[in-house]
Design a protein around this ligand. Structure first.
Ligand code: CP
Length: 309
């Protein structure tokens, strides 16, 4: 078996193209496994994995837990709410106490950018970043790119992919940019100027403030959630105006006269980024993203377990 170049998955930034290709080819095999009547393999039956979540999650948390169980790992789940974090225990103490229970790998979501990277320097376990603030969400980017490949074939070179919406507060955007650029896609960001970070064009992406023009340009549009919970000031006048300028509905899609593939990492603000007709429509691959997420996470867990003896 080939190995990943990294001992942890902290961000797409640290991966090489060969790592991504290995994760995808391994995910192909696990996708076949999870579509069987018996969806389980014994690959990680000697491993114990802790999922520690300092921030809310539905998809990522359940997808990791299911991936771990499909690989026959022992799993423990920790949520910061209701834990001794409220008594002032530090992140490193919390994780070292969990590791003392003979845990091999830690999957962590944390509100602070760099938290997973910090943890990897402080504790003796494999760390997987399940989202750190507005920094990176590597498994989301991997499952997004994998889902796009499923639709368009293995070669994403020259494919035009737009990332639309609240780029500023998004960890999905940065991981997607790194991943899609490495795979050779053309990437454009579109949203209100206030929600596009300054200098992000230095990552080799185009910027547009015009949704219709961007939709005409792209083959794939990945709509990102407006993250109200991370906004301490207003970034656009009213939600209604945001929807009018950056929300996608069926009328806009019809005007395009060409199909585009729609992604969204979830959770969706229905009626804001996408109307329900679009989110549930024929061009949406949102639920395929979720299915693929389990296979991608199985691949990441399996490959990282192999880097640690
Ligand atoms: N896409 C995503 O990270 O969703 P959750 O916040 O529900 O995990």
């Amino acid at each position: 078996m080939s190995a990943l170049s990294q001992k942890h998955l902290l961000g797409i930034k640290y991966l090489q193209l060969s790592d991504i290709e290995l994760i995808f080819s391994t995910a192909d095999e696990f996708l076949e496994v999870i579509r069987r009547p018996i969806k389980k393999v014994p690959s990680l039956r000697d491993k114990t994995i802790a999922n520690i979540f300092f921030e809310n999650s539905t998809r990522t948390k359940l997808s990791f837990e299911l991936a771990e169980k499909r690989l026959s790992a022992d799993v423990i789940n920790f949520s910061a709410s209701g834990s001794s974090v409220s008594k002032g225990e530090t992140l490193v103490d919390t994780v070292n106490n969990i590791l003392a229970m003979k845990v091999d790998m830690v999957v962590m979501r944390h509100p602070n950018p760099g938290a997973a990277h910090f943890l990897a320097t402080q504790v003796n376990a494999t760390i997987i970043n399940a989202g750190d603030g507005a920094h990176e969400h590597p498994t989301q980017a991997l499952l997004d790119a994998y889902s796009i490949r499923q639709k368009f074939g293995n070669n994403l070179k020259g494919l035009r992919i737009a990332i639309i919406g609240d780029i500023l507060h998004s960890r999905v955007a940065l991981s997607n940019i790194f991943c899609l650029k490495m795979l050779g896609a053309e990437v454009r960001l579109c949203g209100p100027a206030t929600l596009i970070p300054r200098y992000i064009d230095q990552l080799g992406v185009e910027i547009s403030y015009d949704l219709m023009e961007t939709l005409r340009w792209c083959d794939v549009a990945n709509f990102l959630r407006v993250q109200h919970e991370r906004m301490d000031v207003k970034y656009f006048p009213t939600l209604r105006e945001y929807i009018m300028q950056y929300g996608l509905n069926s009328q806009l899609l019809q005007k395009l006269n060409k199909p585009i593939t729609i992604l969204h990492p979830g959770p969706i603000n229905r009626g804001v980024e996408l109307t329900s007709q679009v989110a549930d429509g024929e061009h949406s691959i949102i639920l395929q993203q979720v299915e693929n997420g389990v296979a991608i996470r199985m691949a990441v867990l399996y490959l990282l377990a192999g880097t640690r003896k």
